[in-house]
Ligand binder design. Structure first.
Ligand code: FES
Length: 55
């Protein structure tokens, strides 16, 4: 998948999320702590959940 922006509030991109997952993030909460994504309006949470489900 291309490196699109997932979280617009914090300018966190797809590959930033994937990297956090590689480094051990397992939940949206982990992604928040690792990248700052989903700490603004919250509308990216469902996208992050989808990425967490990818293998
Ligand atoms: S788009 Fe991610 S918190 Fe607003």
């Amino acid at each position: 998948m291309e490196n699109k922006t997932v979280c617009f509030c914090k300018q966190v991109k797809y590959l930033d999320i994937k990297k956090a997952i590689e480094e051990g993030a397992k939940t949206v909460e982990d992604i928040k702590n690792a990248t700052g994504a989903a700490t603004g309006c919250g509308r990216c949470v469902s996208s992050i959940e989808e990425i967490l489900k990818e293998k």
